[in-house]
Structure formats: structure tokens, C-alpha cells
Design a protein around this ligand. Structure first.
Ligand code: 3PG
Ligand code: MG
Length: 396
């Protein structure tokens, strides 16, 4: 990767804007439940502070509607956590595109610019917005590895127009670690791709289907594959219109002697609730009013055996609703199998990090990435737009 590095530049008195990925999970009271992404950003932040930058940080949180800041979209919880971690106040700045002068920041101090995805034009990577943001800084630092697969105004556009655009240490470290691990993976290569929706992960699934030896699906994704295998899923979350795509993926895998293991048993409930009663069922016996909320013990055991024999494991997404303990056994079994496996294991994604924390296996995972979608796209071999623009800037 030929890009400018943050560590090569002089920051004294300069206006420096770092794009972070502070898209962290919050509970219903707005407390951060998992702060890996914030802690992972600290080296870049400390570097800039020690170099006496007038430092601005920004990030998205969730997927808010552009043009309106709802209270739940605010980065206020992140500002609070950052203040604690840095041991200094981190003011949260509103309306920063139009009403903020970065020269008011004392060198060696830092502010957090409110959720960048509420600015109109962010998602569409508007040049006009990107130019306005670029005018706020002397140096733009991209350190949001987790968002580097998005070409948005704060991840791509601003890097075109800022006087200098460079990579932060987290971005560089992630690319380095994942690149090394995935260049020549030890086989079998097993990927776990789980989560609520197939559509957002479908192209990733397709590409992975051509590369991995076993593709383990979970959550709403698995339900769509159950449908594609001709099984009934009751009122479980799934995407009926993508069943054919799921079939194509299964056929692709089968044609090259690889597999998508389909659950043989599942854990069902009549409602989605912390108090719901969990019932283990054969995957062929799901009733019309059932919701599948986890894989069953036999399926979990099969997956554990597969993971034990893997050479490389890539894990993105829990296989059940592990936030509720009665639907967490599948994810726990998978998590413990990954931890115990001699395979080189890479995990990423917000929910995955939460599961790793819940089952306390962080030190048994070879590499924990702050990326979810970004690390899957990297694994696919795609060029990450936010990295590509930094390379172009370095080549100019
Ligand atoms: C993530 O959590 O995967 C990243 O922060 C990107 O978020 P997005 O999927 O909403 O773009
Ligand atoms: Mg995501």
C-alpha cells in the first residue's frame, strides 16, 4: 500500500481531521456496550495530540436520515467515552460544516464532530459537501478501517480535496494484518457469515462461495438458505426474494466440492423477546408460528467439529440471537470452537465483537478486526475505495 502515513507528517498547530469508525453498539439507554472500535482509534489520536495538532475527529453512528439529527443518532455517548479514555474533555461540536472554526481548538486538544451521516450528501459522496469539509483541515487522516469499504464524503470525497490525505495507524495495521493472513490461507478455509440480512451480504457470499471450503451461514441469512433447501421456517426473519440467489450459492459450492452446512436442528420461539421460551426442533419440524432464533445443539456440534479441523477461520456474525441466553448456545458453541481451534482465526463486525466479549475469548482469537463489512470486502479481494483514494493522492 503506497500511501502517506500519519507518522511522516508535521502536525504542530495544524488543523487535522481524523475520520474514525466509532459506529459502536448502544443499549436502549444509550450506553456503549462494546468499545473496541474507540480503543483501537487511540494510537492515532494520541499521535496527533502529542504532535500538537488542532484535532477534529468524526464518525458515523448507525444509518440516520440525512438532514435531521435525532437524539439517538448523536455521538454524545462516544464523546463521553473518549473523554474518559483520553483523560481530557472532548467537546461534541454540532453544525460543524457551516458554523465551526477549527482554529478555536487549542493545539494538543481535540473535539468530536457530530455524526457525519446527518450531513446532506454524505452517503452519496457529494463533492460539494466534501469540499466544505476539506476546507476545515490542513491534513485529513483516514483511520476508519471499518468504513473503508464505503465511498462517502468523509471516507472518500474529502480525501480528494484535502491539502494532504493520509492513512492512520489503525487502517494501516488492519490492512497489513489481514493481507498477511489472507494472502495464502492455510486450508481448509472456513468462513462464518451470519447476521440479519442476506441482501447486504449477498455479493460477499457469492465471492466467498468461490474461495472458501466451508461457508457457514447463520441468522436471517441461514433462514434464507433453509428456505432454499426446501425447508419451512415459519415466521422467521428471511428474504424470500433471495432464495434463488441462495440456491445459486449452494450449487456453486457443491460444484467445487465445498459446502454450505445447513442446520439440521434449530431453536425456535413463538415471539422475539428476552423472556421467550426456547424449543429445540428438528429443522424439518418448524411450525407456521415459529421463529428460528438459534441453531440447535446437533448443528452446533457439527460446526464445532468443522471449525476444529480448519486451517483458517474468518468469522463475521453470530449464528443466533445470543443477546438472549436461551438463544445463545449456538453462538457460544461456535465461539468456543473457534477459540479452541488451532486455525488462524480472524473475527470482525460489531455483533461478533460483542459475542467475543460475552464469552471472554478475545485472547484466543488470532486477530480481531474493527471491520465488519470492510473486512469481508477485503477478503473478497475488492479494492476498498477509501484506501484507493489515499493511494491516488500519494501517486499524484
Ligand atoms: C460497520 O459497522 O460495519 C461500519 O461502521 C459501516 O457501517 P455501515 O454498514 O452502516 O456503512
Ligand atoms: Mg454494518
Amino acid at each position: 500500500m503506497n500511501v502517506f502515513r500519519m507518522t511522516e507528517l508535521d502536525f504542530a498547530g495544524k488543523r487535522v481531521l481524523i475520520r474514525e469508525d466509532f459506529n459502536v453498539p448502544l443499549d436502549e439507554k444509550g450506553n456503549i456496550t462494546e468499545d473496541t472500535r474507540i480503543r483501537a482509534a487511540l494510537p492515532g489520536i494520541w499521535h496527533a495530540l502529542k504532535a500538537q495538532a488542532r484535532l477534529m475527529l468524526t464518525s458515523h453512528l448507525g444509518r440516520p436520515t440525512e438532514g435531521e439529527l435525532k437524539p439517538e443518532d448523536s455521538l454524545a455517548p462516544v464523546a463521553k467515552r473518549l473523554s474518559e479514555l483520553l483523560g481530557m474533555e472532548v467537546p461534541l461540536v454540532q453544525n460543524w460544516i457551516s458554523d465551526f472554526d477549527p482554529m478555536t481548538i487549542v493545539p494538543g486538544k481535540v473535539v468530536l464532530l457530530e455524526n457525519c451521516r446527518v450531513n446532506k450528501g454524505e452517503k452519496k459522496n457529494s463533492d460539494e459537501l466534501a469540499q466544505k469539509m476539506a476546507r476545515l483541515c490542513d491534513v485529513f487522516v483516514m483511520d476508519a478501517f471499518g468504513t473503508s469499504h464505503r465511498a462517502e464524503a468523509t471516507t472518500h470525497g474529502i480525501a480528494k480535496f484535502a491539502p494532504i490525505a493520509c492513512a492512520g495507524p489503525l487502517l494501516a495495521a488492519e490492512l497489513d494484518a489481514l493481507g498477511k493472513a489472507l494472502a495464502h490461507p492455510a486450508r481448509p478455509l472456513v468462513a462464518i457469515v451470519a447476521g440479519s440480512k442476506v441482501s447486504t451480504k449477498l455479493t460477499i457470499l457469492k465471492t466467498l462461495a468461490g474461495k472458501v471450503d466451508n461457508l457457514i451461514v447463520g441468522g436471517g441469512i441461514a433462514n434464507t438458505f433453509l428456505l432454499a433447501s426446501g425447508l419451512k421456517i415459519g415466521k422467521s426473519l428471511a428474504e424470500a426474494d433471495l432464495v434463488n440467489e441462495a440456491k445459486v450459492i449452494m450449487d456453486m459450492m457443491a460444484a467445487r466440492g465445498a459446502s454450505v452446512p445447513i442446520p439440521i436442528d434449530v431453536v425456535c420461539a413463538k415471539e422475539f423477546a428476552a423472556t421467550a421460551t426456547a424449543t429445540v426442533k428438528n429443522a424439518r419440524e418448524v411450525a407456521g408460528d415459529d421463529m428460528i432464533l438459534d441453531i440447535g445443539p446437533q448443528s452446533a456440534k457439527q460446526l464445532a467439529a468443522l471449525l476444529g479441523k480448519a486451517g483458517t477461520i474468518v468469522w463475521n456474525g453470530p449464528v443466533g440471537v445470543f443477546e438472549f441466553d436461551q438463544f445463545g448456545k449456538g453462538t457460544e458453541t461456535v465461539a468456543r470452537a473457534i477459540a479452541a481451534s488451532p486455525a488462524f482465526s480472524i473475527a470482525g463486525g460489531g455483533d461478533t465483537l460483542a459475542a467475543i466479549a460475552k464469552y471472554r475469548i478475545a485472547d484466543q482469537i488470532s486477530y480481531i478486526s474493527t471491520g465488519g463489512g470492510a473486512f469481508l470486502e477485503f477478503l473478497e479481494g475488492k479494492k476498498l475505495p477509501a484506501v484507493e483514494i489515499l493511494e491516488q493522492r500519494a501517486a499524484r
